[in-house]
Design a protein. Structure first.
Length: 111
């Protein structure tokens, strides 16, 4: 089976206090990314990147995750329903999920 790559593209609020809601949730000791995502079966790696502020003061964040299979990613995702505190913090922080891409096909053109 091919590995599964997931990319989340978020727009973060221009308001620093609102952005802090999201950052705090990401680091939460129970439901944050390291505390919860990293321990799930099939999880391999995660990277986070953030742009410089746009003219309106908002930021864009990209979260890339690698999973051993799409099935393991879907099992993890089922544990993050809309009522999950990490997911709820997106709305509470006035941030927006712009795109979620799940890719499980391998492209060997680059070797």
């Amino acid at each position: 089976m091919a590995a599964c790559h997931v990319v989340l593209h978020l727009q973060l609020s221009a308001d620093a206090e609102k952005r802090e809601i999201w950052y705090t949730a990401m680091k939460h000791p129970e439901y944050g990314i390291k505390a919860f995502t990293f321990i799930q079966p099939g999880f391999i790696a995660l990277e986070v990147a953030e742009t410089d502020p746009a003219e309106d003061g908002s930021y864009e964040m990209f979260i890339w995750e690698k999973w051993d299979t799409k099935e393991n990613y879907n099992a993890y995702l089922a544990k993050r329903p809309p009522t999950n505190p990490l997911i709820m913090s997106i709305k509470e922080s006035d941030s927006k999920l712009l795109k979620l891409a799940i890719m499980d096909k391998r492209d060997d053109r680059l070797g």
